[in-house]
Ligand binder design. Structure first.
Ligand code: PLP
Length: 404
C-alpha cells in the first residue's frame, strides 16, 4: 500500500491539539536565546523574566560555571553507566556527603531529577498492600510514584489536618504501611505545608513521614535548608526530597534520610538502577552551589526582600495574588489569579509583547477556573526591573479589563 494512503494512527492526537487550540490553552514553547537571568531574551525579544525557578541566580554564578568547566576538564563529559554498574564517580559521592551534612542527616542519594527522586522513592518504599496519604495539591511526581507502587492512594484536602487524620484513622487497623506525604512548598500557590501537625499525625498513626522540598531548598530555613529546618522538625521527617534544578541552579533531585533508607534505594529505586548518573560537571556544579548557600547568605536575604516588595506592590495594583479562592502564598512564588484559561494565556501573550515574561498556567496543571500567571521572584532582580514589570502589569491588566 503506498505510504500516502496510510491513515495516521496518531491522528487522534491532532484532534486533541485542535481542541486545545479551540479552548485557547494551546501553547508554543518559548525559546531562551541567552542565559537564564532576570532580564533575558526569549524568541528574540528582551524581557523581564518572572517565570524561572532560579531563586538565587545560581544558574550563571561564576563559581558554579568554573566548577562545571573544571570537572569537565578533569573527568570528561559523562559518567558512562548507571550508578550500580560503573557510573558512580567520586564526585557523586562527594555531592551526596555534602548534602547529607548540609541537611544534618545520615545519608543522601542523588537522582537525575527531582521528579525521578520522588517517583523512584515512593514506588520503591511502598507496595500494593500499602497506603499513601497525600495532599491534594502534591506534585505530579509524587502521584506518579504512588501509582507505580500500586499502593492505595488516599488524597486529603489541601493542608486539611482533620481530613488527613480521618484518612489515617480509616486505615489504622489495616496491616499495610502508611506513608504521609506533603510538599514543603506548594509549587502553584506558594503556600507552605503544615509540617509540625503532619509530623504529629505520622507519629500518632505510625506512618512514614515524607516531605518534598523542591521549592523550599535554597529558599526557606537556615541557609536554605528547607521546611524541615524552617519548622525545626529535625528528626521527625523520615524521607526528605529536594531538587538541584531550582534554587541550586543545575539539575537533579535528592533523597535524605537514614543510612538504611539510602542503601535500600541503591538496591530498589528504579531510576537509580536503570538510568545513567549525572555528568561530573553537574555534580561539581551542585557541590559549588551548596558552598555558595553557606558562604553567601545575603542572596537569600535579597530573595526575601524582593519577595516582600513584589507581593506588596502587586497587591496594591489590585491583582488577586491568592488567599481568596486559592491558598495564600508565603514564599517567592506569587500567582496572579485570573480564573479563565484563555484570558490567562492572552494576558501572558500581551505581557510578553510588552516585555514581561510571565507564564500562564491553566488546567490540568491547576484546577479548572483557577488559571493564573505564576510569578517567581529571584535574588537577582533589580528594583528598577521590578518597577518596570509592575508598570507593564498595570498597563496590560487595565487594557484587558483584569484590573479596574
Ligand atoms: C519542580 C518540582 C519537582 C521536580 O523537580 P525537578 O528537579 O525539576 O525534576 C518535584 N516536586 C516539586 C514540588 C516541584 O516543584
Amino acid at each position: 500500500m503506498p505510504a500516502t494512503t496510510r491513515v495516521d494512527p496518531l491522528s487522534y492526537l491532532t484532534d486533541q491539539l485542535n481542541e486545545l487550540k479551540d479552548k485557547g490553552t494551546y501553547f508554543h514553547l518559548r525559546v531562551l536565546d541567552d542565559e537564564q537571568a532576570p532580564v533575558c531574551t526569549f524568541d528574540g525579544k528582551k524581557v523581564i523574566n518572572l517565570a524561572s525557578n532560579n531563586y538565587l541566580g545560581l544558574t550563571t554564578h561564576p563559581k558554579l560555571r568554573e566548577a562545571a568547566l573544571e570537572a569537565t576538564r578533569k573527568y570528561g563529559v559523562g559518567s558512562g553507566a548507571v550508578r550500580t554498574i560503573a557510573g558512580t564517580m567520586k564526585i557523586h559521592m562527594q555531592l551526596e556527603e555534602k548534602i547529607a551534612r548540609f541537611k544534618d542527616v545520615e545519608a543522601c542519594v542523588v537522582f537525575q531529577s527531582g521528579f525521578a527522586a520522588n517517583a523512584g522513592t515512593v514506588s520503591a518504599v511502598l507496595g500494593k498492600d500499602d497506603f499513601i496519604i497525600s495532599d491534594k495539591l502534591n506534585h505530579a511526581s509524587i502521584i506518579d510514584g504512588a501509582r507505580l507502587s500500586r499502593a492505595k492512594i488516599l488524597v486529603f484536602e489541601h493542608k486539611d489536618i482533620g481530613d488527613a487524620e480521618s484518612k489515617l484513622a480509616s486505615i489504622k487497623d489495616q496491616p499495610g504501611k502508611k506513608l504521609l506525604i506533603s510538599d514543603g512548598v506548594f509549587s502553584m500557590d506558594g503556600d507552605i505545608g503544615p509540617l509540625p501537625a503532619l509530623c504529629d499525625l505520622a507519629e500518632k498513626y505510625g506512618a512514614i513521614m515524607m516531605v518534598d522540598d523542591a521549592h523550599a531548598s535554597g529558599v526557606l530555613g537556615r541557609n536554605g535548608r528547607g521546611t524541615i529546618d524552617h519548622f525545626k522538625v529535625h528528626g521527625r521527617v523520615d524521607i526528605q526530597v529536594g531538587t538541584l534544578s531550582k534554587a541550586i541552579g543545575a539539575l537533579g533531585g535528592y533523597v535524605c534520610g537514614s543510612r538504611d533508607l539510602i542503601e535500600f534505594l541503591y538496591h530498589r529505586a528504579r531510576p537509580f538502577l536503570f538510568s545513567t548518573s549525572h555528568p561530573p560537571s553537574v555534580a561539581a556544579t551542585c557541590i559549588a552551589a551548596f558552598e555558595v548557600l553557606e558562604q553567601e547568605p545575603g542572596r537569600i536575604d535579597k530573595l526575601w526582600e524582593n519577595t516582600r516588595f513584589w507581593k506588596k506592590e502587586l497587591g496594591l495594583l489590585g491583582f488577586d495574588i491568592g488567599g481568596k479562592t486559592t491558598p495564600a502564598s508565603e514564599t517567592p512564588i506569587t500567582p496572579i489569579i485570573i480564573g479563565d484559561g484563555k484570558l490567562t494565556m492572552d494576558f501572558s501573550r500581551e505581557l510578553f509583547k510588552e516585555g514581561v515574561m510571565g507564564t500562564g498556567i491553566a488546567f490540568p496543571t491547576v484546577p479548572e477556573g483557577k488559571a493564573r500567571i505564576r510569578t517567581i521572584m529571584t535574588a537577582t532582580h533589580a528594583r528598577e526591573e521590578l518597577d518596570e514589570a509592575l508598570a507593564t502589569l498595570k498597563k496590560v491588566g487595565k487594557r484587558m479589563g483584569i484590573l479596574n
